[in-house]
Write a protein that binds this ligand. Structure first.
Ligand SMILES: *[C@@H]1O[C@H](CO)[C@@H](O)[C@H](O)[C@H]1NC(C)=O
Ligand SMILES: *[C@@H]1O[C@H](CO)[C@@H](O)[C@H](O)[C@H]1NC(C)=O
Ligand SMILES: CC(=O)N[C@H]1CO[C@H](CO)[C@@H](O)[C@@H]1O
Length: 408
């Protein structure tokens, strides 16, 4: 108690000193000024975007532990160009937007009722997470197996590279996150739309292929629309010789119908969706996390992959440590995406007083894997830990041996 009183007296003294130095009182970060109120920094006099400065105070130097050069690791979907279609819209984050995302590109896509993401396939695998409304997916694989299913909030699809598919919106408004296991998604040779192909094949060959009159294909759209408006499908698929994609072959995983992972730290809920519980998902592994206000995703790193993130709700901060005394803190809010370098140390903290933080993590891997700082130290001889970090040995001996995952 006495000790902490002394500390706060010291803090007051520092603040007073800062005030004398600049004629202001205390740190100015919350006013959008890069000024620590203790002699470092000064006001921003050039052109700036005040709101972005206030929303990203860590960019102004608020964390005194930040150091070195860490590239920007964040991209806001709000900075993406929305493409409008009859039937919906699309906005992407590709490597040209966030060059530090080497493994993953992503998009938010909206389909109106009856809106169709037209029949297509990709050179890369596709992963989807429905967060509004309801959609129907339809897929065909190399064996002629098919799957037609309705997905709602929290439901995920994984379409392996090359699998033929389409998605339709069922409710008045429907929206989902799309993730691809390749960062350069807009590169030519990545997406193949059915009408694009048909429109660019000699008409007599198309006619011969289907055994039909060429005039039947007179109205095939060119250029292809990507998303088109339509009416909600009422037809089912029947009679495929290889049957349906069911059981382990299914391309659908209903996250919220499963139990979350055990979280001894008790700070929220943590769902893991990877090939261990969703066998089809061989190249993309995911988590869907809810963290309570003030909660902390404990310090950890991922031994197997770069981490890509999408913040769905709430406010967060995270510090990413990339070695060589370099670390940088970022402020995140809903609609932000991020990429944390392969094996970099980090945490994620909910900085809201009231709102849950909800985010999705994606790894280009068959599984989610992490190493917890606390567990590492707890399972290393305590005297080595104590000597290295210059902490009391009793503290080293009492570290939690279980991963805490999410701390309240
Ligand atoms: C699609 O939108 C166009 C343009 O508004 C409209 O003419 C057409 O009737 C719509 N089609 C359907 C199926 O809603
Ligand atoms: C299609 O399948 C669904 C679900 O199995 C069923 O409820 C519906 O009646 C079927 N529709 C038609 C037109 O057969
Ligand atoms: C409610 C609560 O504890 N909110 C905390 C969220 O995180 C920020 C940043 O660490 C804290 O300042 C808040 O007190």
């Amino acid at each position: 108690m006495k000790f902490s009183l002394q500390l706060s007296a010291l803090a007051l003294l520092n603040t007073a000193l800062g005030a004398t130095l600049h004629g202001r009182t205390g740190p100015q970060f919350d006013k959008g000024q890069p000024d620590n109120g203790a002699g470092k920094g000064g006001p921003l006099l050039g052109g700036t975007n005040k709101q972005i400065d206030i929303d990203n105070q860590d960019n102004l130097g608020r964390q005194s532990t930040d150091n070195g050069i860490v590239p920007n690791l964040k991209w806001r979907f709000s900075d993406s160009k929305v493409r409008l279609f009859y039937g919906g819209w699309l906005r992407e984050q590709v490597i040209q937007d966030l060059p530090q995302s080497h493994d993953i590109s992503a998009a938010q896509q909206h389909l109106d009722k009856g809106g169709i993401r037209e029949l297509h396939w990709h050179r890369v695998a596709e992963w989807g997470f429905v967060y509004a409304g309801s959609v129907r997916i339809s897929v065909v694989d190399e064996f002629g197996r098919y799957q037609v299913e309705t997905l709602n909030y929290g439901d995920i699809w994984y379409f392996p590279k090359g699998v033929a598919h389409t998605v339709q919106g069922l409710e008045d408004e429907n929206e989902f996150l799309l993730v691809f296991d390749d960062a350069d998604f807009d590169k030519i040779g990545t997406t193949f739309n059915v009408d694009d192909w048909v429109a660019h094949t000699p008409r007599d060959v198309i006619a011969k292929n289907f055994g039909l009159d060429p005039a039947i294909f007179d109205k095939v759209p060119n250029p292809n629309p990507n998303i088109l408006n339509g009416t909600v499908s009422t037809k089912n698929v029947t009679g495929g010789p290889a049957g349906e994609l069911i059981g382990d072959a299914s391309f659908v995983y209903r996250t919220l119908q499963h139990d979350p992972e055990p979280v001894p730290g008790n700070g929220g809920t943590f769902y893991k969706i990877d090939s261990t519980n969703f066998p089809a998902s061989k190249t993309l592994a995911a988590t869907y996390v809810t963290l309570k206000p003030g909660g902390l995703r404990e310090l950890h790193w991922h031994p197997n992959a770069e981490e890509w993130l999408y913040f769905h709700k709430g406010e967060a901060r995270a510090t990413v440590f990339i070695g060589n005394a370099a670390s940088r803190t970022f402020d995140f809010s809903a609609g932000d995406t991020a990429a944390f370098p392969d094996n970099s140390g980090h945490y994620i903290e909910n900085t809201s007083e009231t709102e849950d933080l909800v985010w999705i993590e994606i790894y280009k891997s068959d599984r989610v894997a992490d190493i917890s700082l606390t567990q590492w130290l707890a399972l290393t001889p305590a005297d080595l830990v104590a000597q290295t970090l210059k902490i009391p040995i009793e503290v080293a001996e009492q570290l939690q041996k279980e991963k805490q995952v999410l701390l309240p």
